[in-house]
Design a protein around this ligand. Structure first.
Ligand code: BGC
Length: 466
């Protein structure tokens, strides 16, 4: 693998964190990366394959071989091991394992066994996610999570996977981001099935997924009593465009309730609050049905009340141009890079009283302009939270090597390692070697920051609120 010479000229315009002494993380802390089957394996055949064929990838890219993991995930596992990582989150692709309803593909399960063994041999603890946005065609055609059989089908799939892989994996993530899956697919129309403005549909999907999560939680524990089971929750920090405007504040609270609270609140209490309880009372059995909460934290977004945004309940969600941010999507910004979001998300999730893993955090940044800044500041926030008694067990960066970013295709690059999909050549970004140092040291020191960024100013980003 190549190593990119040094940090780019124009990189990291934001100052790095000021630390006077080394920040050490607890022994056994997981330093990992997260990935997802469709984004890395290559040549999958699921509802996203159809979405791509229908021309719905904005960049017009093709997922193709992705990072070629189906044939050679081990190449990246070697890199992860060399980076000192002790954990890696990956997902299993349901359409490979059960390509037709009720028909199991043994070779696929064997390949996953091989992959998990390869991780363990390298001293890397696997964390397996059962569902990361993709569905087999036959399930999608039945209406996916809106089909009344969805629970039975997912329970059967979970049982099969855990029976086959359970001896190699103890940490399970049932669903990746039910709130993203539902809002992108049913309100914003950006993920299959591409519905626009169907808020009720999105809410039904969320409720279906939370009931299925509970079933999967119990199946996994039945087969593997010492398993650790959670789900990955995407938490966005929404703020009113004008904090003095009651309209903007109202819009912000609606978006926050729908996006951040619908699944999380249901899991915390086992019931929904007004007005959501008019559509679904929630699932009392959801309360306590997780061993940890996984948090995927990326951005802060701004919300303005806007009568034109009927399909989004009159909320215009946007990123002001002056805020720190990574690379832009094809026709919109990705989000404000905001390290403090990790604190806000952890404080909220801690109300469930369970251990927390940061299961995704990162930024699209091909030139590594702000990734090192974001990484160090986020980890500084995380360290502060741990010092204050929050039970945080690990940090998984999104992601190891550039992978296929859903509707953005290859346009957005989240990797600690740059990956050229045409040649499969990998090149370590400066943030990759920085993360390597952090994982190997189980923390970071002022000397390390200085070594990686000689002569760079090292004070905390002057936040606009401070
Ligand atoms: C998803 C990933 C995605 C990442 C970056 C997360 O919400 O789980 O699949 O690649 O965000 O956009």
């Amino acid at each position: 693998m190549n190593e990119s010479s040094s940090i780019q000229e124009d990189s990291v315009s934001q100052p790095l964190p000021q630390i006077r002494e080394p920040l050490q993380f607890p022994a056994g802390f997981f330093w990992g990366v997260s990935t997802a089957a469709h984004q890395v394996e290559g040549c999958n055949d699921n509802q996203w394959t159809d979405w791509e064929a229908a021309g719905r990838i904005r960049s017009r890219d093709s997922c193709g071989d992705a990072c070629d993991w189906w044939k050679n995930a081990e190449r990246d596992f070697d890199l992860a091991a060399d980076m000192g990582l002790n954990a890696l989150r990956l997902s299993v692709e349901w359409s490979r394992i059960e390509p037709q309803e009720g028909q199991w593909h043994r070779e696929s399960l064997l390949r996953y066994r091989e992959m998990l063994k390869a991780l363990l041999e390298r001293g890397i603890e696997p964390m397996v996610c059962l569902h990361h946005f993709t569905n087999p065609r036959w399930f999608e055609q039945k209406g996916a999570f809106l089909n009344s059989d969805a629970g039975k089908l997912l329970e059967r799939f979970t049982r099969r996977v855990v029976e086959e892989l359970g001896d190699l994996c103890r940490h399970w993530v049932t669903f990746n981001e039910p709130n993203v899956y539902a809002s992108m697919g049913y309100v914003l129309g950006e993920f299959p099935p591409g519905r626009l403005g169907d808020v009720i549909g999105a809410f039904r999907v969320i409720n279906s997924m939370s009931r299925i999560h509970v079933r999967a939680y119990h199946v996994i524990h039945e087969l593997q009593p010492n398993a650790q089971v959670g789900w990955a929750h995407n938490y966005i920090y929404f703020v009113p465009a004008n904090p003095l405007s009651p309209f903007d504040r109202w819009s912000t609270s609606v978006v926050n309730a729908l996006f951040n609270e619908s699944f999380l609140g249901g899991m915390e209490r086992g019931y929904h609050k007004f007005p959501f309880n008019l559509a679904d009372r929630g699932a009392p059995e959801a309360k306590d049905a997780c061993d940890f909460v996984g948090l995927n934290v990326y951005s802060r977004l701004h919300v303005r009340f806007d009568l034109r945004e009927k399909s989004q309940l009159f909320s215009h969600v946007y990123v002001p141009s002056h805020v720190p941010q990574g690379d832009s999507g094809i026709d919109r910004p990705y989000g404000e890079a905001y390290p403090e979001v990790v604190r806000i998300a952890v404080e909220r999730a801690a109300r469930l009283g369970k251990p927390i893993y940061i299961l995704e955090n990162g930024v699209p940044d091909a030139e590594d302009r702000i990734r090192p800044w974001l990484l160090l500041n986020t980890l500084k926030e995380l360290h502060g939270l741990i010092e204050n008694g929050y039970d945080i067990r690990g940090y998984f960066h999104w992601t190891l090597a550039d992978n296929f970013e859903w509707t953005e295709g290859w346009n957005l690059r989240f990797g600690l390692i740059a990956m050229d999909p045409a040649t499969q050549v990998r090149t370590m970004r400066p943030s990759g070697s920085l993360y390597r140092g952090i994982a190997l040291e189980n923390g970071f020191s002022p000397q390390m920051v200085e070594e990686h960024f000689p002569g760079r100013e090292t004070s905390v980003l002057p936040s606009r609120e401070r």
